[in-house]
Design a protein around this ligand. Structure first.
Ligand code: GUN
Length: 282
């Protein structure tokens, strides 16, 4: 039976450290680190996401600035706000909630964010730094997963890791981070042929496909480490991308949904905001 990674407990410990360091920053800089969160439209899931981030900021001693724009906001209005936030000395981090409404080009908006304030790590500059082995602001979900693996003493050197999902937010940066720790990485996705065999050969599986329980428990190699990024609302409740019960019988270490990767993502956002504040304050 696997050890279940407690993302809530790990987050609590990590956020205590961040809160202490945020306080030190505030004393030195004469102001707290600041995070601006921009939400366009009324998607309820996004609204919850933004609310949770705001609460987490307050607890960590990070000032949050919230911008709720209506779904008809124009490209010019949104870019104008991003430029104002880039120039605002009280703002160290800028997060524009994705996905944006269809009439807005998210790549254009991400490109407009000052890379030094890009706490999501989605700007091509930060992506490029990661790809060339000099990460600065790293996307929060993969960073949180690396933190979990480190805390549980998982050695990645020479291990076979399979990442299922190729998004810019999780799959691609995850693969790079695992490779930097000397894992041999395979990226699988919706068109992969023979997914089961690839997962079955993996020492580490990161599932980020967004389809409830698509990775069957009996695919998992005995003793493997299983990280589940999925958050799928189904008729029987919130489900991950991995069929948990059966996978937990085979894995050595596994993350639950909820209470696994999710809280660590927010924790890394706070961490990135503090990092950006330090860069910003020189
Ligand atoms: N939507 C879901 N996850 C994220 C995230 O990490 N950052 C942003 N900006 N939007 C998201």
């Amino acid at each position: 039976m696997a050890i279940i990674i407690d993302g809530n407990e790990l987050s609590r410990r990590q956020r205590e450290i961040t809160a202490k360091e945020a306080l030190e920053f505030t004393e030195k800089a004469g102001r707290p680190p600041g995070l601006a969160v921009v939400l366009v439209g009324e998607d309820p899931a996004s609204a919850i996401y933004v609310k949770n981030k705001k609460k987490a900021c307050e607890t960590a001693g990070i000032r949050s600035f919230e911008y709720r724009l209506d779904s008809g906001t124009s490209r010019e209005e949104l870019l104008g706000l991003v430029h104002r936030l880039n120039a605002d000395d009280l703002v160290d981090g800028i997060l524009v909630k994705l996905p944006l409404p269809a009439h807005l080009d998210s790549q254009e908006v991400l490109l407009a964010i000052d890379p030094g304030k890009d706490v999501d790590g989605f700007h091509p500059y930060n992506m490029g730094r990661l790809l060339t082995g000099e990460p600065t602001l790293v996307p929060c979900t993969p960073a949180g997963i690396m933190c979990m693996l480190r805390e549980h003493g998982v050695s990645l050197r020479g291990k076979d890791a399979v990442v299922v999902g190729r998004s810019n937010i999780v799959g691609k940066p995850m693969a790079i981070l695992l490779m930097m720790e000397h894992a041999t990485v395979t990226i699988c996705h919706s068109r992969t042929v023979g997914l089961e065999a690839k997962v079955a050969a993996a020492d580490v599986v990161v599932a980020a496909i967004g389809r409830a329980e698509m990775i069957r428990g009996d695919w998992i190699k005995p003793g493997a480490v299983v990280i589940d990024v999925g958050m799928n609302r189904t008729a029987s409740g919130l489900k991950g991308d991995v069929q948990f019960e059966e996978a937990a019988r085979r894995a050595s270490l596994i993350t639950p949904v909820p209470g696994g990767v999710g809280p660590m993502t927010i924790t890394m956002l706070l961490d990135n905001t503090l990092r950006a504040a330090r860069i910003h304050a020189g």
